[in-house]
Write a protein that binds this ligand. Structure first.
Ligand code: HEM
Length: 423
């Protein structure tokens, strides 16, 4: 018998999803355009193209302030954000809703990012060995090689889009290699990564929902097939490690979300670290000259970009007990949105916080978060971006802007959809 394409339950689920999505969207538009909530406006046009003035509006309201969303507070204060991230009395799930995470869209399982201990601790132990200093040293040569191949292509083109030519293909090549995805089709993988990354702010249209679910299903099928292959034919990659892990370390149904997270976290963020760094260097020509004269300043560029124009602008936590945050109280059960990028411009921590200065002493920015969810891929992201920036300065000293670089209309992930450049 031919299976019907849709059964009654699927139709009901679809309708409920559409209703929830449109109700959320309507609430957002009302809060942004009518109630003028600066936090909500960060995800709406025209404000999303430059959210930094909104962060200052939020800062001016105090270190911990109310939002138009019931039970949700917001902070741009470096000390408070750090305290919340490191506190044992905060988490990412809601115990009153049987521990389900309210972070990110409910339809997508983001593994570690949506887990509290003890599950978080157990799965993090499985992922961490892929990012040790020994592993990083082994990646260095292959990253150099990929960067120079991509720059050959940029030079040949003369005028090129940085995001498409270098910022996107580099992390995709590295994460494919780390996971063990063979001959990854860069375009397809890029599309999947972008679709899933766009869902971090929630899903706001049926078109986006279709793209996201198609990406999720396609990735699930691909990873399931590859894990099976690795069980038969082990290699030196993360998929082999996962295929050999026993149920006590990570269960079969936890493996796919972890792979999915590694793809999104390893790709969407690093693209924008490289893109935002080059964008800021082009906008600040004296800083670009400094880097051209001394390409070893690349590490400084990476740290300053993470502070000044962070690829991940927000995180959030739930208070699992009343928290005293420098005098302000966050009551148990409330959520706080943490402005990681706003904390990078906190005048109590940095002199001239709104200036991009690559010679600044590296400070304690929160671009990779802090506490138990501190970015596991931070050493890899730093390595990729430093190698790329050093090589760009060495090989393309006459680089300059060749068109508009529109900011993507996303709240959590911050970067440009294209950066046209010329040599
Ligand atoms: C510039 C690049 C990157 C930035 C800005 C970044 C930022 C972040 C942030 C802010 C978090 C924590 C979120 C929170 O506390 O709620 C995080 C977690 C994570 N990141 Fe990254 N990331 C980057 C690159 C990478 C790379 C290259 C990988 C892997 C290949 C990666 C894998 C992860 C994973 C697995 C987590 C979850 C850790 C946990 O929950 O314990 N990230 N990242």
């Amino acid at each position: 018998m031919v299976k019907p394409a849709l059964d009654g339950a699927a139709i009901t689920r679809g309708a409920a999803f559409a209703q929830r999505m449109y109700t959320e969207r309507a609430g957002q538009l009302f809060a942004g355009y009518v109630l003028r909530d600066p936090l909500v406006r960060t995800g709406l046009r025209p404000w999303s193209s430059d959210p930094y003035p909104l962060y200052e509006q939020i800062r001016a309201r105090g270190p911990l302030s109310k939002t138009s969303i019931p039970g949700v507070r917001v902070s741009m204060d470096h000390a408070i954000c750090k305290q919340v991230l490191k506190s044992r009395d905060t988490g990412v799930t809601d115990p009153s809703q049987t521990g389900t995470s309210v972070r990110g869209p409910q339809e997508i399982d983001l593994s570690l990012l949506q887990l509290d201990p003890p599950d978080h601790t157990r799965i993090r132990r499985v992922a961490a060995p892929a990012f040790t200093p020994r592993r990083m040293a082994a990646y260095e040569t292959s990253i150099e090689k990929v960067v120079h191949q991509l720059l050959d292509d940029a030079e040949r083109q003369g005028t090129f889009d940085l995001q498409r030519t270098l910022s996107a293909p580099l992390p995709i090549a590295v994460i494919s290699d780390l996971l063990g995805v063979p001959d990854a089709d860069t375009d397809t993988f890029t599309r999947y990564g972008t679709a899933l990354g766009s869902a971090l702010d929630g899903i706001s249209s049926i078109r986006q929902a279709r793209r996201v679910f198609a990406a999720r299903d396609a990735l699930e099928d691909m990873f399931a097939r590859l894990i099976e292959e690795r069980q038969r034919d082990p290699r030196d990659d993360m998929l082999t490690l996962l295929s050999q892990a026993d149920e006590g370390q990570i269960s079969a149904k936890e493996i796919l979300p972890l792979c999915q997270l590694l793809l999104v976290a390893g790709f969407e963020t690093t693209v924008n670290l490289i893109g935002n760094a080059v964008y800021q260097l082009m906008a600040n020509p004296q800083q670009w000259q400094l880097l051209v004269e001394d390409p070893n300043l690349a590490e400084g560029v990476v740290e300053e970009t993470l502070r000044f124009d962070a690829p991940v602008q927000f995180s959030s936590r739930r208070a699992n007990a009343d928290l005293d945050l420098g005098g302000a109280v966050l009551k148990e059960g409330r959520w706080v949105v943490l402005g990681l990028a706003g904390a990078g411009r906190d005048p109590q921590v940095w002199d001239r916080p709104h200036e991009f200065d690559i010679t600044r002493e590296p400070g304690d920015h929160l671009a990779f978060s802090s506490g138990i969810h501190y970015c596991v891929g931070a050493p890899l992201a730093r390595l990729e971006a430093t190698i790329a920036l050093r090589a760009i300065a060495q090989r393309l000293p006459t680089l300059h802007r060749a068109g508009k670089a529109p900011v993507r209309p996303t709240r959590t992930i911050h970067g440009r959809s294209k950066i046209p450049l010329a040599v």
